[in-house]
Design a protein around this ligand. Structure first.
Ligand SMILES: NC(=O)C1=CN([C@@H]2O[C@H](COP(=O)(O)OP(=O)(O)OC[C@H]3O[C@@H](n4cnc5c(N)ncnc54)[C@H](O)[C@@H]3O)[C@@H](O)[C@H]2O)[C@H](O)CC1
Ligand code: K
Length: 222
């Protein structure tokens, strides 16, 4: 099986956006729909969606939108500095605000309690905190959130990479979500291969990146 590094994935995303002309928001929407495609909506009715403020978080916001428009109960939590949201994260956050969708910005003990209550009561938790952009040890409120998810949710789906796992090595950066299932985009990141304890079942989904891009980047990065 062909596996890639996070850097190769980022290069493929950039080439697809800048040279092929597929807007990043289209890739994000494709990613979100592929996660929805892997959820049995006949059996799963209530969701916790926990989002960071990068594009992994943006995926989660788009997933929330599609679940809400499918009539599902969604408890939406965002963690991180909202002033540092990426362009595509903010596009999806703005859409949810226009839809008057409520969310909890997790900054302290009170919100952590709300999160714990939701984790206990809802059917599925979607981990959209970090993907290929995780760069350093996880600390503070991020660590508390991931610990709560692992302790109180018995059904976890990670978007692209379990949050806390180094996508290249499979090492945990302080802590990592322990998912039942991971939906990873385009190609398997090397760090997912030997980390079943954290990834659960790994499913690879295309998000519309042409094969030409994969070949171009891999031949260039040898
Ligand atoms: N067009 C695309 O690139 C697509 C990407 N997809 C999804 O996007 C993520 C990668 O998104 P990116 O914004 O590069 O990074 P992350 O969202 O993974 O997180 C970065 C975010 O988190 C901060 N951060 C990093 N480490 C830490 C830490 N230890 N503690 C706190 N904060 C941390 C960092 O500063 C950023 O703010 C990819 O995985 C996909 O899920 C789309 O799916 C497809 C298109
Ligand atoms: K994730």
């Amino acid at each position: 099986m062909l596996t890639i590094t996070c850097e190769e994935m980022k290069a493929m995303d950039c080439y697809t956006i800048e040279k092929i002309g597929i807007p990043s928001i289209v890739l994000m929407e494709n990613a979100a729909l592929k996660v929805i495609y892997n959820i049995d909506l006949n059996k799963t009715n209530s969701f916790n969606i926990v989002c960071g403020v990068g594009n992994n978080g943006g995926d989660g916001l788009a997933i929330a939108r599609h679940l809400i428009t499918n009539g599902k109960d969604v408890d939406l939590f965002i963690i991180g500095n909202l002033d540092k949201g990426t362009k595509d994260f903010n596009i999806n956050l703005n859409i949810l605000k226009n839809m008057e969708v409520k969310f909890i910005h997790v900054t302290g003990e009170m919100e952590l309690e709300y999160l714990k209550d939701s984790l206990v009561k809802n059917d599925l938790t979607i981990d959209s905190i970090f993907g290929i952009g995780l760069t350093r040890e996880i600390e503070g409120i991020f660590k508390k959130v991931i610990s709560l998810i692992n302790s109180y949710s018995n059904n976890i789906l990670s978007v692209d990479i379990p949050s806390g796992l180094d996508g290249n090595t499979g090492n945990t950066l302080g802590i990592s979500v322990k998912a039942n299932k991971t939906i990873t985009f385009h190609l398997v990141k090397k760090g997912l291969l030997e980390s079943k304890e954290y990834t659960g079942e790994v499913i690879v989904e295309s998000i519309g990146i042409p094969k030409k891009v994969t070949n171009k980047i891999l031949e260039r990065m040898v």
